[in-house]
Write a protein that binds this ligand. Structure first.
Ligand code: FES
Length: 114
């Protein structure tokens, strides 16, 4: 998939997330308080909680259903379980356009990049 614009930054208040449908796939996009943007699978790997409705900190999200936390950069679960979110490369262009670079999840090496 080539990069696709999925929305505008103004659709996501700082510290919150929103779910977008991209090519039949649901993607959660989060906007941190420093305007950094992250994209992950939309449903929690535990029991499909809506991650975009969770609490978003600086680089983390806490699922609203059972409060499992995930690192938004790596997708790693932060509660000790062996769960991991699929994370996707996302960028903001022209100041407000949210672009999903690919619907292929990032590789572990790519996840390690800032
Ligand atoms: S569904 Fe997310 S923690 Fe249970």
């Amino acid at each position: 998939m080539t990069a696709v614009m999925i929305g505008e930054l103004a659709q996501i208040p700082m510290g919150e997330g929103r779910t977008f449908s991209v090519g039949g796939r649901r993607i959660a996009v989060f906007r941190a308080y420093n305007d950094e943007v992250f994209a992950t699978q939309a449903e929690c790997p535990h029991l499909n909680g809506p991650l975009a409705d969770g609490l978003t900190g600086s680089g983390t999200v806490v699922c609203p259903l059972h409060e499992r936390a995930y690192d938004l950069r790596t997708g790693l679960g932060l509660n000790g379980e062996c769960t991991r979110l699929a994370v996707f490369a996302v960028s903001v262009r022209d100041g407000d356009e949210i672009w999903l670079e690919s619907t292929d999840p990032r590789t572990p090496a790519e996840r390690a990049e800032p």
